[in-house]
Design a protein around this ligand. Structure first.
Ligand code: SDX
Length: 428
């Protein structure tokens, strides 16, 4: 028996079917609203609007809960590996050992890029932002895999998924190598996905790259924590571009561009730049927080706040624990970590943040780890992309499998000029 909500306005009364959730918010299906009332809804930033029904990721912002396919992020971060989580997100179940071994083998066989793709990187200036390079690399990848472009052929969609996951570490590492003028390495079949990524990034032809298991474990966890996050800005972009039957490569490239913004994935870079600036200028945390609270300053506390989490971001909690351990192990000075911890302490005890339920999000501590690992700040969002790719692929595939799928085309409420006649130049 479908539950309905009643919408009434003037002489119109409409029954809106209630879409029941298994966890979290139910929804009112308004797909008949325009045809039955002649009017549309308005919801800037889609704060109150669900774009789809999904079975992939569940977030409870009030309880600080994040689950992939029902599994709590805390358990996956502690017990799983990034490729196992990638398989879980895309296929819906934790793989058996045989299935996982096959998946890892298939991905490993698709890590090497067409040799001509190296020339693409040489076209970019050294100072190009890695997200611009990554976006171009993903688009170009489709050109070098033209037999995997048919979005209606399940085999080609599977092949494109493997090719994208396999190529991403190489694409990302090449963006870094190109920016520092170092020679590109080749992926090695005897290394794991994360080991390969670290060696592609920091290895040189001059010596064998020594793999630090603690760093590998940290990146396995970091990539797991970034792997999906339901209908955020970049995932919604991937779905929207995919809704036009654009290729998977074009959709992922669009996702990179959406993620690059400092209000979204670019925040991890902005956090480190904020801390470094505060250190250089000798600004104390209380003074900075006062500046943030003054709307006229236009200053935000980067790495704080979230559209969904109105309690702690469970990812930030896990990363914070790793940051302390890794930074002390790396022997790097912890002044920026100490500053971040103090900034969090000051903010979380201030009414401005408490009343607005602003807590550290996933981006607040990640940059400190990435910097300690040797990555430059403008590269941090490329690392976010590497983690998020399997989630984008899972969400893109879910959208394509939806029997009610339509091209995304929101409406508007026109508030501009009503009809008027053209004015000749001599009458203006
Ligand atoms: C990610 O959506 C996802 O799931 C994203 C993500 C993912 O995994 O995909 O989790 C990754 O993008 C994390 C967020 C990274 N961005 C930042 O850290 C940038 C700083 N944060 C803000 O820009 C902001 O909090 C957003 C963009 C994250 C959320 O913006 P919302 O939901 O539109 O909230 P809002 O701007 O309406 O803020 C509500 C109030 C406002 O004050 P008032 O107008 O009520 O007085 O809170 C204030 C805001 O000014 N506010 C902040 C603030 N964030 C919100 N004030 C100071 N510093 C901040 N960081």
């Amino acid at each position: 028996m479908t539950d309905n909500a009643t919408f009434k306005h003037e002489d119109v009364e409409l029954q809106l079917p209630v879409v029941k959730a298994s966890n979290g918010n139910d929804g009112y299906n308004i797909s008949q609203l325009l045809s039955k009332t002649g009017n549309v809804t308005l919801d800037p930033g889609f704060v109150n609007t669900a774009s789809c029904e999904s079975t992939i990721t569940f977030i409870d912002g009030n309880e600080g809960i994040l689950r992939y396919r029902g599994y709590p992020i805390e358990q996956l971060a502690e017990k799983s590996t990034f490729l196992e989580v990638a398989h879980l997100l895309i296929h819906g179940e934790l793989p058996t050992q045989d299935v996982l071994d096959t998946f890892k083998y298939d991905v490993s066989n698709r890590m090497m890029l067409d040799e001509r793709m190296r020339e693409l990187y040489r076209c970019f200036p050294r100072g190009a932002h890695p997200m611009q390079v990554l976006s171009a690399g993903l688009s170009a990848l489709g050109s070098f895999n033209r037999r995997t472009l048919d979005v209606h052929d399940p085999e080609q969609v599977n092949e494109a998924s493997l090719r994208l996951i396999g190529s991403m570490p190489t694409l990302a590492a090449y963006a870094y190598k190109s920016s520092v003028g170092e020679p590109f390495q080749y992926p090695q079949k005897n290394l794991s996905y994360v080991e390969n990524y670290l060696r592609l990034s920091f290895g040189t032809p001059q010596e064998d790259y020594e793999i630090d298991p603690a760093v590998v474990n940290a990146f396995e966890t970091l990539f797991i924590l970034h792997a999906d996050h339901e209908q955020n800005c970049s995932t919604s972009t991937v779905r929207m571009v995919g809704s036009s039957d654009a290729t998977m490569y074009a959709s992922m490239s669009a996702g990179v561009n959406a993620l690059s913004g400092p209000l979204h994935g670019g925040a991890n870079q902005a956090v480190l730049e904020m801390l470094v600036k505060l250190r250089e200028e000798g600004v104390d945390m209380k003074t900075y927080v006062a500046q943030v609270k003054d709307k006229k300053s236009g200053v935000k506390l980067m790495g704080f706040g979230h559209r969904v989490y109105k309690n702690h971001d469970p990812r930030a909690t896990i990363i914070k624990g790793h940051a302390d351990k890794l930074l002390r192990a790396s022997g790097k000075s912890n002044d920026l970590l100490d500053m971040a911890l103090e900034l969090e302490e000051v903010a979380l005890n201030d009414e401005y943040f408490i009343s607005r339920k602003l807590y550290p999000n996933v981006d607040f501590y990640t940059g400190l780890i990435y910097e300690a690992m040797g990555f430059p700040a403008n590269y941090f969002t490329a690392l976010f992309t590497l983690g998020r790719l399997p989630g984008w692929i899972a969400q893109w595939r879910e959208d394509h499998a939806d029997p009610t799928r339509k091209i995304s085309r929101p409406r508007q409420i026109y508030v501009g000029e009503t009809e008027r006649d053209y004015v000749p130049m001599d009458k203006r």
